[in-house]
Design a protein around this ligand. Sequence first.
Ligand code: CTP
Ligand code: ZN
Length: 157
Amino acid sequence: MPSNKSLDNKLHVEAICHGTVIDHIPANIGFRLLHLFKLTETHERVTVGLNLPSREMGRKDLIKIENTFLTDEQANQLAMYAPKATINQIQDYEVIKKFVVSLPANIEDVLVCPNSNCISHNEPVVSNFAVLNRSVGLHFRCHYCEKEFAQKAIMDV
Ligand code: CTP
Ligand code: ZN
C-alpha cells in the first residue's frame, strides 16, 4: 500500500520539456479554467489531469501547456477559481520558476455581469470587475454598471 507521500510524488501526467504547469487547482475547476481562460485555443499541446490524488488537497486538477508562459498578472487572474494554484515555469524539463497566485485588483474578460440591465451585455466590451475584500467575503464590482456582487452570485452566471 503506497503512502500518501509516494502517491503525491508519482507523475500522473507526462512531464513537459518547455512550458507552464498550473498545479493545485481544486478538483472540478480545471475544466472550467480551460474554458474560461481559453487555454485550449492554441496550437500547443495541452495535457490535463483531473481528480488527481493530492496530499494537501485530497483531489486536485492540473493543466500543462507547452511552449507557453503566463505573466504573473495573467496567472493571478486564475486566483478567484484556484486560490492555491502554483504556476510552474518549465525549461529543459526543470522547474525554473514557481509562482503562487494571489488575487489581483481587477478581473478582466472572464466574468459576466449578473445585472441584466448592464451595458456590458449590449456593447462589445471586455468585462472588468474590481476585486473587493469586504468583511463579509470577496465582492466584485462591475466597471460598467458599478454594481457589487458576492462571489457566489458572479461565479454561477
Ligand atoms: N512538471 C512537469 N514537467 C516537468 C517538471 C515538472 O510537468 N518537466 C510538473 C510536476 O509534475 C508538478 C509540477 O510540474 O506537477 C511542479 O513540479 P515540482 O516542483 O517538481 O513538484 P512539487 O515539488 O510536487 O511541487 P509543489 O511543491 O508546488 O507541490
Ligand atoms: Zn455590470
